[in-house]
Design a protein around this ligand. Structure first.
Ligand code: NDP
Length: 485
């Protein structure tokens, strides 16, 4: 039997009784074991994520099935059959840490690949697009998904007011309100890197790239009515399903694909290929298989390994690069910033975040400095130095991003077609899917002032006349659909 100890390692003689001045007397301040226990409990929570607070995660690996070396020099893609360990955290976006799992919302799909050349984080969603294309609108958008400052309730009016004034959101709103907006569990949905990233090869050639993870379990979703019943019996349906499935040895899988665009083709695309509200049509940019992702190990400690898991789009590896996508550019800053705030300066050194390759840097002190000197010599704590400390290696130099222009606040709405891609999606839906789309939207619009509903229906009408009419009918309102458009 192991001795129970204090955090300083001293054996504890009693974990049942506090020290009191007599059996009926008050507790003594010297009862350090009691104080330590209470003090630790007071500090058991860290700030929850402002978005993506509720999550579920597991470990597994990516196995490469296709040679991508023509596009990228990344070690992760170097050989067919190569396995790279990974962690995935799925999440809802708007709900707090205690929110129910089976709620209609976009799902986060964040992958951390522990490659031999550092961690590569692909921090995407279960949707290929997003609600906004300019990051200046991100805090405003998120406000509309969170609680109203006075009522402390979520506000459908705020959501639809913002969306109806931001037509770039139509594509994502249509996906969110379609069947795929409420998957049964994480293994029944696709994942997407969503942003355009880039790949670069040994010859210094850059390609723009989109990443896709297609579920091998098939798409399964709840209707709103089914989800209401599920939430009435369990608020933790995703955790139960993901954890239980992996414990039973049934390992969920996704096929990973890329779409690849030669660097200069970006200039001749009919729309901006770095616009986060748009997909690249498969017909023009077919999916190229990369490998298979499997999840096969549950974490031993949820808090240590999932709550403290820190994903950041800034984490790329040689052979993978960013793109000019404005929202990606802002996330390169904001994710690492959020982790420094939530977890502490050296959050990357926590076991779940630590790279599985040697790490040598000169960042020194600060919260969570629990790792030893890592430069191989205590005298090398600055650079350059004469004592053989770590140095840069030009072999890993990335080709220049060939993008330039005059700095200005360019109008991100001007000249954009926000209707064609939602239309292409709407045209994929059969009648039953369209009816569910209309009723999901009508439910989400309950209580929204008529003027906002009409403005939004105008956008739906511009996507497709049946879309606008279908939502108006589901809402039971009679509007002049042409005037609304
Ligand atoms: P395709 O017919 O080649 O592909 C249609 C895509 O739509 C498939 O990826 C399919 O995913 C996905 N899809 C089907 N139903 C839904 C749904 N309810 N919600 C979200 N995605 C769904 O067409 P295009 O490439 O020309 O794209 C047409 C439209 O499909 C786009 O405007 C976009 O809305 C949507 N889409 C396109 C993607 C792309 O990267 N091109 C990716 C995802 C969606 P699956 O194969 O898993 O069934």
């Amino acid at each position: 039997m192991k001795n129970l100890t204090t955090t300083a390692g001293a054996p504890v003689a009693s974990n049942q009784n506090s020290i009191t001045a007599g059996p009926r007397g008050p507790v003594l301040l010297q009862d350090y074991q009691l104080i330590e226990k209470l003090a630790h409990q007071n500090r058991e929570r860290i700030p929850e994520r402002v978005v993506h607070a509720k999550g579920w995660g597991a470990y597994g690996q990516l196995t490469i099935t296709n040679d991508l070396s023509k596009y990228s020099q990344a070690a992760i893609f170097s050989d067919v059959g190569k396995e790279t360990p990974l962690l995935i955290r799925f999440s809802t976006v708007a709900g707090e840490l205690g929110a129910a799992d089976a709620e209609r919302d976009v799902r986060g799909f964040a992958v951390k690949f522990y490659t031999e050349e550092g961690n590569w984080d692909l921090v995407g969603n279960n949707t290929p697009v997003f609600f906004i294309r300019d990051p200046l609108k991100f805090p405003d958008f998120i406000r509309t998904q969170k609680r109203h400052p006075k009522t402390n309730l979520r506000s459908p009016t705020a959501m639809w007011d913002f969306w109806s004034l931001s037509p770039e959101s139509l594509h994502q709103v249509t996906i969110l309100m379609s069947d795929r907006g409420l998957p049964i569990a994480p293994m029944y949905m696709n994942g997407y890197g969503s942003h355009t990233f880039s790949l670069w090869n040994d010859d210094g050639e850059r390609y723009w790239v989109k990443f896709h993870f297609k579920t091998q379990q098939g798409h399964r979703y709840y209707t709103n009515a089914e989800a209401t019943k599920i939430v009435g019996t369990s608020r933790e349906s995703y955790q139960e399903e993901l954890f239980g499935t992996i414990e039973r040895g049934e390992f969920p899988r996704w096929t990973m694909y890329v779409q690849v665009m030669p660097e200069l083709s970006a200039e001749t695309m009919p729309f901006n290929p770095f616009d986060l509200t748009k997909v690249w049509p498969h017909m023009d940019y077919p999916l190229i298989e990369v490998g298979v992702v499997e999840l096969n190990r549950n974490p031993d400690n949820y808090f240590a390994e999932i709550e403290q898991a820190a994903f950041s789009p800034s984490n790329v590896v040689p052979g993978v690069g960013y793109s000019p996508d404005k929202v990606l550019q802002s996330r390169i800053f904001s994710y690492a910033d959020a982790h420094r705030y939530r977890l502490g300066t050296h959050y990357e050194a926590l076991p779940v975040n630590a790279p599985q390759c040697p790490v040598h840097h000169y960042h020194k002190d600060g919260s969570m400095r629990f790792f030893s000197n890592d430069t191989g010599n205590p005298d090398s704590y600055y650079e350059p130095n004469s004592v053989g400390g770590p140095v840069e290696n030009a072999d890993y130099g990335e080709p220049p991003l060939k993008i330039s222009g005059d700095a200005d606040r360019y109008n991100h709405r001007e000249g954009n077609d926000d209707y064609s891609q939602p239309r292409a999606l709407f045209e994929l839906f059969d009648d039953a899917q369209r009816q569910r789309l209309y009723s999901n939207i009508a439910e989400a619009m309950q209580g929204v002032p008529a003027e906002i509903a009409e403005r939004q229906i105008g956008h739906f009408k511009r996507v497709h006349p049946e879309y606008g009419q279908g939502v108006a009918d589901a809402l039971g309102i009679s509007i002049d659909i042409d005037r609304a458009a």
